[in-house]
Write a protein that binds this ligand. Sequence first.
Ligand SMILES: [Fe+2]
Ligand SMILES: [Fe+2]
Length: 193
Amino acid sequence: MLGLKFETATSWVEIAKDNLEQILTDHAYAEQKASSNAIGIIINYSEDTALVKEMIAISIEELEHFKMVHDLMTKRGMVLGRARKNDYALHIHKFFTKTSNRTDALIQRLLVAALIEARSCERFKVFSENLEDKELADFYKELMISEANHYATFLGFARTYQDSKIVNKKWDDLLKYEAEFMKNRGNSAFVHG
Ligand SMILES: [Fe+2]
Ligand SMILES: [Fe+2]
């Protein structure tokens, strides 16, 4: 799905289902971080009008998602927990060597964002397809579609800044790196855990 080279097992859903408050808290912050990341891109690449327009739209949508998760939590009598470090995102960010070239840095940033969207989307899909809780299943299905669009936007932009063959190679290498990491996961109630 979405080019990902490792599929999440349904055993992860069972763990997530049993720790709903924890996964919803983690999910809420994933949305907040996605919104902040889009704003960060705006700040760093303010001259790129087409990119800025898309990032404004994404940052607003992600904050709306944050609200949706928070509303769902409060409706169910849950309280948003404290944010924690996302070791998945930290690991993914380590893949690319830091560069002083602004364009290369932007491509790297867009590919990392595309990948995080893709994995979130895959997790939301497997979650929604294996939940008996209809409200929650519909909720995750809706978000899954939205994150798939974000994935396509980030990847699409990355391919406009450099020869698409070069970008595709970077993307493929990043996917392999991520798949290796994911093989040992699926055992905790976090969106990327
Ligand atoms: Fe989102
Ligand atoms: Fe997203």
